[in-house]
Design a protein around this ligand. Structure first.
Ligand code: PRP
Length: 222
């Protein structure tokens, strides 16, 4: 038995909304977390799969990409927003899972008169996505000063931290509830299966899992 096959495969999943949609897909691929995974009082950070072949770690979405890029986890599920924001060369995202649909958008206060991005040469933007944000505004010839926040971006304009935000939008309810309007869509997002490129080459279990997910998605699309 080679070294990889003797240790469980590590599968990283994000906390939050994608998880509910991801778990049924993982189950169809044979990856079912032990019961403790669903126990809110359990403070463990890694869980065995029911068959003992994998361990499942539940981390923040951005950290899913980092664990997989560095090979600490071999496989993961994460939004295409996170993949694009980091641009890790060691990450391979072979399968669009067709779940976790949302968009990354620019928003500003509803009463703002300045809906055209081109109205300014310098903007301050609060976001979790400084790379995608700078790139988007650069294309319009605008230098964006990005203020990195990790959540509750929608508060930034009303408190004078920034004129705009770049954040995920799904139903649009969070923007509406905080007096903001969406002005530009930067990208459409869905969740992807991601694997570490080196692990894909050296550990046959990774390639087998990719094929299982691929077959499942192809069947769904047929
Ligand atoms: C996301 C996002 C927005 C909200 C958008 O946050 O950051 O705040 O969802 O969804 P909506 O358009 O349906 O209102 P999430 O609730 O996932 O938590 P987070 O701030 O911890 O990322």
């Amino acid at each position: 038995m080679n070294k990889e096959a003797s240790s469980p495969l590590t599968f990283a999943v994000p906390k939050g909304r994608i998880l509910d949609e991801a778990l049924p897909l993982m189950a169809r691929a044979g990856v079912v977390p032990e019961a403790a995974f669903h126990d809110k009082k359990d403070r463990s950070l890694s869980f065995a799969s029911e068959d003992g072949a994998s361990q499942i770690i539940r981390v923040r979405a951005f950290d899913v990409a980092t664990f997989v890029a560095f090979g600490a986890a071999q496989v993961g599920i994460v939004g295409s927003d996170v993949i694009e924001e980091f641009g890790y060369s060691e990450l391979y995202a072979p399968i669009d899972l067709d779940i976790g649909h949302c968009r990354l958008s620019v928003a500003e206060p509803a009463q703002s008169q300045d809906h055209k991005v081109g109205n300014a040469s310098h903007l301050r933007v609060a976001t979790k996505y400084p790379n995608l944000t700078s790139r988007f505004f650069e294309k319009q010839g605008i230098q964006a000063e990005c203020i990195k926040l990790n959540g509750a971006m929608e508060l930034a304009p009303s408190l004078g931290l920034s004129g705009r935000i770049v954040d995920l939008v799904s139903s649009g309810q969070t923007l509406k509830s905080n007096g903001l309007v969406e002005t530009h869509v930067i990208m459409q997002i869905s969740a992807r299966l991601i694997v570490n490129r080196a692990a894909l080459k050296t550990d046959p279990r990774v390639a087998a899992l990719v094929e299982q997910f691929r077959a499942m998605i192809d069947k769904k699309a047929a």
